[in-house]
Design a protein around this ligand. Structure first.
Ligand code: FES
Length: 145
């Protein structure tokens, strides 16, 4: 009888220890998470490689969900479609030869440089790698976003 009571007490003590540990972990997380957010700590997402199996002629463009790929005189340029003002998706205005944000009309050049509007920064550029066939002709692009 005495040993059973002692065993129950041990179980009660174990339960209380676990409860206190759990409360400490939750309290630490509740304190550390806002602290990390405040200091700007972020985990960088893994890069995504998007392959476009298409040859874009000089002056041409290809619009994807997250970027616009232009074939300029300096080579292919991939520009983010995320506006640097509040994050709306920008559009390529072919007739004006510029990129425009539909939300507050920020405008950018075809190389992503800011022209006008409330956006204060240029659009992000993504690295582009040319894909070639066996003969060395360009037959696609790999954009890293
Ligand atoms: S979100 Fe693009 S200009 Fe405001």
């Amino acid at each position: 009888m005495a040993s059973m009571q002692k065993q129950q007490e041990t179980t009660r003590r174990q339960f209380l220890r676990r409860l206190i540990k759990g409360i400490m972990v939750i309290s630490a997380t509740a304190f550390i998470y806002p602290l990390l957010r405040f200091t700007g700590f972020t985990v960088k997402p893994k890069p995504r490689y998007i392959v476009i199996r298409k040859n874009i002629p000089f002056g041409g463009s290809y619009t994807e969900h997250d970027f616009i790929l232009f074939q300029s005189e300096k080579g292919p340029v991939a520009i983010s479609r995320r506006c640097t003002h509040l994050g709306c998706r920008v559009h390529y205005r072919q007739e004006l030869e510029l990129i425009e944000c539909p939300c507050h009309q920020s405008r950018f050049t075809l190389t992503g440089e800011r022209i006008s509007g409330p956006a204060e920064n240029n659009l992000a550029l993504y690295p582009v790698r040319l894909l070639q066939d066996d003969k060395g002709d360009v037959n696609g692009y790999e954009v890293t976003i």
